[in-house]
Design a protein. Structure first.
Ligand SMILES: Cc1ncc(COP(=O)(O)O)c(C=O)c1O
Length: 402
């Protein structure tokens, strides 16, 4: 029996790979602050639970492949808040943003085609591309530049006759970068000139700080046909386990072809759609979103205030999402993370970070970088940053960043 080369080529998750070391520390009685994973700890809106409790049908039937009407209507209403011009027929509900991503890639690219992605990027893009037999062409962005794009010419130099699309997370996981209107327009110009799609992964659109403005790739009329919007309620509604996402596009041919895959997988979970559909109309919707926003902003501020004062660390203030990538004064961040879990604690507490190398496609990049997520409270984050500072002081493999 064989296992496919396609699956064997997939990498393990950089977010999860060091969990065994964290579990070993916990076995020794150490409390580990998990800064590796983007699992929000904010309470899911009550409206979601209520709608499911009040569901009164006797049979949980397959839903329509496009999604249940209430769910699609709630998305149309939600997108209007952001001037995203998606109407009912432009939307298909998916099992998380993850399904929207993999099916979008399958819909627009043949094996051997290329997709351009700014790196560091959400590591699962790698897995989805590998499954589809598509090659990722990275556009390297740097911590020193706040992870913004290089010049248009540099990006265009990477385009070949196999380039099919960009995938861009805006705001970005893992960097927290929020792309400016000029950057969004530059990518859209390239798509228009080279007949390419942009798969716009905007699942963190609510979380943009310091008066920066989230600019959707759907903001421009003349390029709407080039844009595939990937969406998810996991992060904005603190609802990762519901597995509800969506794909949206004004490109009718794309939607028609995507629908064939949606039909083959039959439907998305009915009850979870019922629950999520109720959230947008809930009377406490604005209050919920504001509280979540304020909490993430406090956490972002807490982490950055500490990071910028730790000697040898290079960090820029992230402007969105709830992540941060920074450079540490070590040769190999993964070794440092393992060393910390095995050797270092303060009053019985230590930290688990994600090594950033797995978020890059270019070999060797990100070796001395880590990604933090802010999914624990501000007080614990403060203690975590103190542990990081002291662990770096104690680490025998410390080097200075050149
Ligand atoms: C940038 C980005 N896109 C997509 C996803 C997938 O989200 P889900 O499948 O939970 O909707 C995530 C999850 O962390 C993410 O960070």
């Amino acid at each position: 029996m064989i296992i496919s080369d396609r699956v064997k080529k997939m990498q393990s998750s950089p977010i999860r790979k060091l969990i065994p070391y964290s579990q070993a520390a916990e076995k020794r009685g150490i409390h580990v602050f998990k800064l590796n994973i983007g699992q929000p700890d904010i309470k899911t809106p009550e409206a979601f639970m209520d709608a499911i409790r009040n569901f009164d049908k006797d049979v949980i039937e397959y839903a329509h492949s496009q999604g249940i009407p209430e769910m699609i209507e709630s998305l149309v209403k939600y997108y209007k808040k952001f001037d995203i011009p998606l109407e009912y027929d432009d939307i298909i509900v998916t099992t998380g943003g993850s399904e929207a991503l993999i099916y979008s890639i399958l819909t627009i690219a043949n094996p051997g085609d290329e997709i351009l992605i700014p790196e560091p990027f959400y590591a699962n893009y790698n897995s989805f591309a590998t499954l589809a037999g598509v090659n990722i062409v990275p556009i390297t962005t740097k911590a020193e530049d706040g992870f913004h794009f290089p010049l248009k010419e540099e990006i265009e130099a990477k385009i070949t006759d196999k380039s099919r699309a960009f995938i861009i997370a805006n705001p970005s996981n893992p960097t927290g970068a929020v792309y400016t209107r000029d950057e969004v327009n530059m990518i859209l110009d390239i798509c228009k000139e080279h007949d390419m799609f942009v798969i716009a992964d905007e699942v963190y659109r609510e979380f943009v700080y310091d008066g920066e403005k989230y600019v959707s790739f759907m903001h421009r009329e003349d390029t709407l046909e080039n844009v595939i919007l990937v969406d998810s309620v996991s992060k904005r509604f603190s609802n990762c386990g519901a597995r509800i996402g969506a794909v949206g596009s004004k490109n009718k041919e794309f939607m028609k072809q995507f629908m064939k895959i949606a039909q083959a997988r039959l439907s998305v979970a009915t009850l979870e759609q019922v629950g999520v559909a109720a959230i947008v109309d809930a009377p406490d919707y604005d209050e919920f979103m504001k509280e979540a926003y304020d909490e993430y902003k406090l956490r972002r501020d807490t982490v950055y205030a500490a990071l910028k004062d730790i000697p040898g660390v290079v960090a820029k203030e992230p402007k969105g999402a709830f992540y941060n990538v920074c450079k540490l004064p070590v040769d190999d961040a993964e070794k440092f993370i393992i060393w910390t879990l095995e050797n270092f604690d303060i009053d019985g507490e230590t930290i688990l970070m994600a090594p950033a190398e797995g978020f890059y496609a270019t070999p060797g990049l990100g070796k001395n970088e880590v990604r933090f997520s802010y999914c624990i409270n501000a007080d614990e984050l403060k203690r975590s940053m103190h542990i990081l500072e002291k662990a770096l002081e104690a680490y025998p493999g410390r080097t200075e960043i050149k």
